[in-house]
Design a binder for this molecule. Structure first.
Ligand code: FES
Length: 105
């Protein structure tokens, strides 16, 4: 079980044991990070699951699809380390992953 570290918008840090096979978005939601709204349920159409990934972890993630890239472009809060958490499958390879919830658009 990978340990996932998340910092919420108010700067509160928490860690939890992630569930492999679920997306990072689903993991965040099921561990009480309700500010990740995930309005589209992971269908890649809302961008309300936007997170900033710790720079050290960017290369460990699956490459960004064109659709994810386009949707992130619609966010005014996009940064170089932006990803949509519904597009990140959790696995043991991500043990220690650190992300911060992006500001609300
Ligand atoms: S949950 Fe809607 S784009 Fe990720």
């Amino acid at each position: 079980m990978p340990t996932i570290n998340v910092t919420t918008r108010d700067g509160h840090a928490k860690s939890f044991e992630g569930t492999n096979g679920q997306s990072l978005m689903e993991n965040l939601r099921s561990h009480g990070v309700d500010e990740v709204l995930a309005l589209c349920g992971g269908c890649l159409s809302c961008a309300t699951c936007h997170v900033y990934v710790d720079e050290d972890w960017l290369s460990a993630l699956p490459p960004m699809s064109e659709d994810e890239d386009d949707l992130l472009d619609s966010s005014g809060a996009r940064e170089a380390n932006s990803r949509l958490s519904c597009q990140i499958p959790v696995s043991d390879a991500l043990d220690g992953l650190s992300v911060t919830v992006a500001p609300e658009d």
